[in-house]
Design a protein around this ligand. Sequence first.
Ligand code: SF4
Ligand code: SF4
Length: 296
Amino acid sequence: MLNLAQIKDYAHRAGFDLCGVTPSLNLTTEGEFLKQWIDHGFSSTLGYMERNIDKRADITRLVEGAKSVIVCGVAYKNEFSNGYSDDCRQKIASYALNRDYHKSIKQMLKQLLNNLKELDKSVSGRVFTDSAPVFEKRYAVEAGLGWIGRQSLLVTPQFGTFVLLGVAIINQECDSYDSPLQGVGCGNCHRCIDACPNNAIIDRHIDTRLCISRATIEQTDDNSLPLHGWIFGCDACQSCCPYNHCAPMATNPHFTPLFNPLDIDWQKIDEAEFSLRFAPTPLSRSSLRRIRENVE
Ligand code: SF4
Ligand code: SF4
């Protein structure tokens, strides 16, 4: 059996700002909600959301013998997270200015898991960050990291929504577990709903057909959605959130911007420069051609 405080200490040493642990849960209800969301057509081109819903609901189908879920978060707020001027035509979501978080967070989770294995040889498990069908946000709520905001993101009291999540699912129980936060939430606030330029937010769900983040990142043949100056991702429903206004800037060096989005002349750089400068960042998921189209 693992010690909760020891797990949190390892998580912080690995570079995480937040860590909570919860038992593995049967999330059949979440699976049903996800099916309804898909049936409404809200998933649009996010075909991966429709796969492996049974594994999302029951993580023992993903990791045999799963007993505990360690949910870790790292804050990434930077100078561009507060938003851009209204007339800016090359806005980039602030997480995308950093190194690709999939790689950074996976490394940090592996360090955490390796430390746990050194401590107790019977520990085994797997680590995930957006790489497998896991209800990460629901587990984050159960592990006491925050609550689900009206724009469907995890809101944490300390770091707002500018937090990236990763989970380690392990085969061992803990001596104690975290529990959901009490007495915190969005209250009467609805700023994120009001701030969405395409009215894509519906009662803690996103209609991704209208979402700029989806339209600028995922593969799509439909270029008719208004982008409101965003060329990769969209932070509009986050920069307005009062919890983000008082959140501190990121301190983990993996989550500091590698470039200034206002300095780039997208019409002047060529393919070679694009590959060289943006390969380490999430922009590598797009292409110079597509980004130029979005700018235009
Ligand atoms: S990311 Fe942008 S378009 Fe999508 S829901 Fe948030 S504000 Fe709306
Ligand atoms: S902007 Fe307001 S409603 Fe939206 S997540 Fe933040 S606190 Fe909640």
